[in-house]
Every structure is written in structure tokens, then in C-alpha cells.
Write a protein of this length. Structure first.
Length: 284
């Protein structure tokens, strides 16, 4: 039969009803989940807080993972630690020649310029001159001494602060050269060390020992063959602070001085002794 023997409208279009195949005929899980490639989901589809912040434990890297010697010791400059980090009692004391008048005035001068205090002149200059000088004239006389060569003693410093004073000078240029109570035991051109003072608030730190050592070093540098001192022999008894400037026998013995002679001088009820340190031998 010819192909056109059956007319195209032989089967009506509505012969199969539209609801012949139910909508749930294909189950929703018919397409597997991995049928969609992983890059089919955009990167921002996963919220940023999807991974908790504590997912990596803080101790995941051990504290000893970096060896302690990984940073060289000189990586931190020495000035990174302030100087006041060192306890006061451990800071070194520096002793220098007494060439700064204001610092000498701090140690031996009065609070009022017109006051008639010693200024450490009693054994320094002749008695008549010492008695004649009054008020500010006493300080001006010390100013002259500080400008001389050698200066009249040494000063101790804790950093920039003056904390101590020691009078040391050739005996021939002091009143000890003519003192009848303190004997002259030989013709050696010795130096005398007769006054050691530590500033209030700084005592108990061994500054007096630094002063004695510094005074001896100063005298040695000036060519002194020996240094003498005239402390009290108090045998451990307490000495009044106003009289303690001469020092004690034990204090000078610790500095290497030896008893050279007794004297007729008495201070604060204690006899004074002549102590000597010979500088002609080996360096001390």
C-alpha cells in the first residue's frame, strides 16, 4: 500500500492522555550525587565559618621547636637593658681626682655659704690662716686648692652622683709635718690620708673602702713612696659619726696598711695610731 495510504490524521492527537505517565514515575534519587562535578559548586557556596577556628590545636607546634641558640647572644644590643636595671648595691663606685669644686663642696661644704664649717681645711693649711678664714672665704680657699696640681684629694662617684671624699696630700705640705702628737718616723716623703667621708644615704655599701683604695692609687700615680693614715684604735667600739672621718685601725688594715707607730693624739676618747702602706715594692 502506498505510504500515503494511511492519512496523517488517522490517529487523533488526543489518543494518549497527557496524564498517562505519572510525575513521580522517576524517583528523585535516580541521579547519583557524584554525577555533579565538584567544581559545579562555586567557592562561595561554603560559608567562611564552616571550619571552626579551633580546628588546629594551639599546641600543634611544640615550644621547643626553635632551639634556644638559634638567636645569637649579640643580637640584642647592650644598651637595650637600662643601666638602672643593676641594683644600686651592685653598681661600681668610681674614684677620681677632686677637680670639680661643686662636688667637693657637696661633700665637705656647708648648706649655707656663710657658715664656718671645716671644709677639710684643719690639717690642710696653717692654723693661723685656718682661723682667719670666715664664711664664704673658706669655700674660696678650697676652690683655689681644687685648681692646684695635685688637687686636694679624691671623690667617689656612683654614676654621675658624688657620694664620697678622701683628703690625701704630701705630708710635708700639711700641718702633719709639724704635728707634735703624731710622730714623724723617718725621712720618707710620705703622703697623708686623713679624712674619709661618705655621703649620708650611701653608707653601708663599702664606699669608704673604695675611697681608700682610690686615694692610694692617686698617691702612687703622683710618685708617693708610701701613704700614712692616723685612724682611731677603737677595738670595735662605736665611734661618733662626727669623729669617724679619720677612720678606724681595722678599716685601714683591710686596705693593707700596717701599724707603724703609736701617737699622743686622742679623738672621741680613742687613741690614734699611725698606719702606713709602703708603695715602693710590687704593684698592689
Amino acid at each position: 500500500m502506498p505510504r500515503d495510504a494511511v492519512p496523517t490524521d488517522a490517529v487523533p492527537t488526543d489518543a494518549v492522555p497527557t496524564d498517562a505517565v505519572p510525575t513521580d514515575a522517576v524517583p528523585t534519587d535516580a541521579v547519583p550525587t557524584d554525577a555533579v562535578p565538584t567544581d559545579a559548586v562555586p567557592t562561595d557556596a561554603v560559608p567562611t565559618d564552616a571550619v571552626p577556628t579551633d580546628a588546629v590545636p594551639t599546641d600543634a607546634v611544640p615550644t621547643d621547636a626553635v632551639p634556644t641558640d638559634a638567636v645569637p647572644t649579640d643580637a640584642v644590643p647592650t644598651d637595650a637593658v637600662p643601666t638602672d636595671a643593676v641594683p644600686v648595691d651592685e653598681r661600681p663606685i668610681e674614684v677620681r681626682p677632686a677637680t670639680v669644686f661643686d662636688d667637693v663642696a657637696t661633700m665637705v661644704g656647708p648648706r649655707r655659704p656663710d657658715a664656718n664649717v671645716c671644709w677639710c681645711l684643719s690639717y690642710r693649711i696653717p692654723s693661723k690662716e685656718n682661723q682667719a678664714l670666715q664664711g664664704p672665704a673658706r669655700g674660696e680657699r678650697v676652690r683655689q686648692l681644687v685648681a692646684e696640681d695635685p688637687p686636694p684629694g679624691v671623690l667617689a662617684y656612683d654614676g654621675a652622683e658624688v657620694v664620697g671624699w678622701a683628703a690625701v696630700h704630701p705630708r710635708a705640705d700639711t700641718t702633719f709635718a709639724r704635728n707634735r702628737k703624731i710622730p714623724r718616723i723617718d725621712d720618707l716623703p710620705v703622703w697623708s690620708l686623713w679624712c674619709v667621708r661618705v655621703r649620708p644615704g650611701h653608707r653601708g655599701r663599702g664606699i669608704s673602702h673604695s675611697l681608700i683604695s682610690g686615694a692610694v692609687a692617686f698617691a702612687r700615680a703622683q710618685g708617693a713612696p708610701a701613704v700614712e693614715s692616723y685612724p682611731v684604735d677603737n677595738d670595735g667600739a662605736k665611734v661618733d659619726l662626727t669623729m669617724a672621718y679619720v677612720g678606724t685601725r681595722a678599716m685601714f688594715e683591710r686596705a693593707g696598711f700596717v701599724h707603724a707607730a703609736d701617737t699622743d693624739s686622742v679623738l672621741n676618747g680613742f687613741p690614734r695610731v699611725l698606719m702606713r702602706l709602703d708603695l715602693r715594692g710590687a704593684e698592689r
